[in-house]
Structures are given as structure tokens and as C-alpha cells.
Design a protein around this ligand. Sequence first.
Ligand SMILES: Nc1ccn([C@@H]2O[C@H](COP(=O)(O)OP(=O)(O)OP(=O)(O)O)[C@@H](O)[C@H]2O)c(=O)n1
Ligand SMILES: C[C@](O)(CO)[C@H](O)COP(=O)(O)O
Length: 245
Amino acid sequence: MSDETRPHRTAVVIPAAGRGVRLGPGAPKALRMLSGTPILVHAVRAMAASRAVSLVVVVAPPDGAPEVKRLLDEHSLPERTDYLVVPGGESRQESVRLGLEALPEGIDTVLVHDAARPLVPVDTVDSVVAAVREGAVAVVPALPLADTVKEVAPSPGGGPERVVATPERARLRAVQTPQGFAHATLARAHREVAGAVTDDAGMVEALGLDVVVVPGHEEAFKVTRPLDLVLAEAVLARRRAHDGF
Ligand SMILES: Nc1ccn([C@@H]2O[C@H](COP(=O)(O)OP(=O)(O)OP(=O)(O)O)[C@@H](O)[C@H]2O)c(=O)n1
Ligand SMILES: C[C@](O)(CO)[C@H](O)COP(=O)(O)O
């Protein structure tokens, strides 16, 4: 097929190889239950709900790939969605790189979505994809902050930290996932950018390229600490009440 007629192909890489230390002792976070279903399965379904997504690459805990594959085989996904499972690495950044390396030829747009954000609404996914398809090389969903943020530093003589600055809150955003990228740009960022970053868009920023912001969603929060599980259960209960089942 020529470039003009070839369908646009979008894949999502889902890093799910973290331990979930901040959630407390137990199974790796992505395999813990939310309303009787593993967090990872919620996240995969949330991404597969977008008609744009044709391939899901799940990056599993290093020795957990067979279990993740079994879980995905057991829980139904839309027929249009293929999936692959690959073992992850020591850091989120390494896990994403391993997921990118597993992508087949012909993928134009890549989304990277934390397994730990199981409840992202499909409209948020679609608006990230749309912004990439409109020409952005990198897109992040983001929300304004509710709290004032301080920059702090250790006290020279020990003791409590000291505030060194108060950034202007109106200019700050809390960034979520899925983050969306032109495939070639994200692959280049993962090849060329050295040093640890906490999100993929940060690597594209390090290349000096533009990152576009679209509205995030409060239900796309990251399950990080025990209270987040309580909130996630409440969101699911509210959805069930709204859908009438
Ligand atoms: N080596 C790692 C570390 C993290 N992740 C994934 O990156 C996402 C965001 O990371 P975070 O919420 O910090 O997860 P954990 O690293 O598991 O959390 P913690 O720091 O509490 O252990 C999660 O879906 C997590 O599974 C990953 O794939 N590989
Ligand atoms: C990618 C991310 O979810 C954007 O907010 C976040 O940076 C991941 O951070 P974590 O500490 O690895 O959870």
C-alpha cells in the first residue's frame, strides 16, 4: 500500500513491571485486584477501548510474563486488539524501552500508559491520539494542581528541609498517561537521551522538541499508595451505579 492509503497504526506500550513498593507488601502492583480484576487488566481494557489502538504491548514483571499472558488470555479484549507480553527492566524507563523494541514495523503512533492508571477514560486516550495525528510529536494529558508546590532543599546543618522557592502554581501541571508520540521520535529519544527521567515526554523535551498538552482527567490518577485503591474502588462503584449494573 502507498503511504496515503496505509491505515494509521497506533500501538500502546503498558509498563507494568513495577513492584508497587509504595502500595505496601503484596504481589506486583499491576497484578493486585481492583473489584476482583487485576489492575493491569483494567488498564489494558481502558486502552483497548479506544478504536485507534490496534496493538497492546504489556511489559510484565521480569519473571511474570507467563502469568500476565495467561491473565490476558483469560480476560476478553476487543477482537480488533492484538497483544504481546515482554519482560520488563529495573526502571520504568528501561521497561518502556523494552516495550518499544518489541513493536513490529509499520507503527506510526505510540502511546505509553502506566498499568498503574487503570481507570483512564477513553475520551482522554482519544484526545491524545488525535493530537499526535494532527502533527504533534509528543503529547501529555495534564491537570492543574490543587495544592501549592514548594521547592525544598536539605538544611545545611541537618534538621528539617527548608523552602527555597514557590513556583507560580498557575503555570504548573500534574502530568498523566497515556502520553502519545510519533513512533520515530520516541524511539530516537530512548536511543539518544541518557540519564533518568520520570516520564517519556521528558526524554522528548531533552531532545529539544515540543511537547503538546491536552486536558487530563481526574479518573486517570495513578494508583500509588493504599488510599488510591480506596478511591479506585469508589470510582468503579460510581461507574456501576451510573451504568445501572
Ligand atoms: N521497573 C519498572 C518500574 C515501574 N514500571 C511501571 O511504571 C508504572 C509507573 O510506575 P509506579 O507507579 O512508580 O510503579 P512502581 O514502580 O511499581 O511503584 P513503586 O515506586 O511504589 O514501587 C507502573 O505501571 C509500573 O508497573 C515498570 O514497568 N518497570
Ligand atoms: C509517567 C508518570 O505517571 C507521569 O506522571 C509518572 O512520572 C511516573 O512516576 P513514578 O514515580 O514512576 O510512578
